[in-house]
Design a protein around this ligand. Sequence first.
Ligand SMILES: NC(=O)c1ccc[n+]([C@@H]2O[C@H](COP(=O)([O-])OP(=O)(O)OC[C@H]3O[C@@H](n4cnc5c(N)ncnc54)[C@H](OP(=O)(O)O)[C@@H]3O)[C@@H](O)[C@H]2O)c1
Length: 232
Amino acid sequence: MQRVLVTGTNRGLGLEFVRQLLARGDRVIATCRHPGKALALTELAAAHPGHLHVLPLDLASERSIAEAAREAAALTNALDMLINNAGMLVSGERFGAIAHKSLTDSFAANVAGPVLLTQALAPLLEKGKHPRVLNLSTRLASIAGTTSFGTPSYSMSKAALNMATRQLATALTPHEIIVFCASPGWVKTDMGGANAPVTPHDSVAGLIKVLDAATQADAGCFVDYKGVEIAW
Ligand SMILES: NC(=O)c1ccc[n+]([C@@H]2O[C@H](COP(=O)([O-])OP(=O)(O)OC[C@H]3O[C@@H](n4cnc5c(N)ncnc54)[C@H](OP(=O)(O)O)[C@@H]3O)[C@@H](O)[C@H]2O)c1
């Protein structure tokens, strides 16, 4: 049994993480912006009494992050895993019309949020068993792999999340907390769209395997959902 906090759990990969972690008996704190509207989570909580707690969290709000960390500490005295899954993609951006708000919103949700949440939860992770932090990144964040213009706010913010991963890994290695980032693949969700070749089930099953197998040697690495390294 592991104690896990997952962000962005009302839909997509976050919801699938919650399903698979509960199915194997883990205890999950699932966060989302509007718990009252998260019907799938309410049903899962009823089906797994005592194993799922749902907390409100908007990663773009420093106050919401501090409040969620306080509530998490009231629910558990330790965390074994933090899955920084929530993320946003502004679609349809064109060069010549990139908006300041698209950039700042993306950096707030995709970088500042996960960094501040990890910092706020570090004391609980320090008390965890073999503690790990997974940041959900993307191949679109690979600077080495970028050869055309597209989704600049998303790609740049996720590239910054990759740097944040290395920074956090360095800061937390002395506390034996393993921090790494992974791409889930191109997955059929609201973000990935209907043409994506990977199912949420297969992506999340792969990522959970990677998390379970992670050792200190994986701190600061960037891999795909099968554990294969991706070029920065
Ligand atoms: N799907 C893919 O092909 C793919 C590929 C590469 C990487 N990823 C990454 O994988 C992760 C999950 O993606 P997904 O496909 O499941 O996306 P999704 O279906 O669009 O779901 C995104 C989740 O993030 C939440 N979220 C967005 N902004 C937030 C904020 N400011 N505060 C709190 N929660 C916020 C959303 O909540 P609301 O419902 O409230 O908006 C939702 O729960 C993301 O980090 C994404 O970048 C996905």
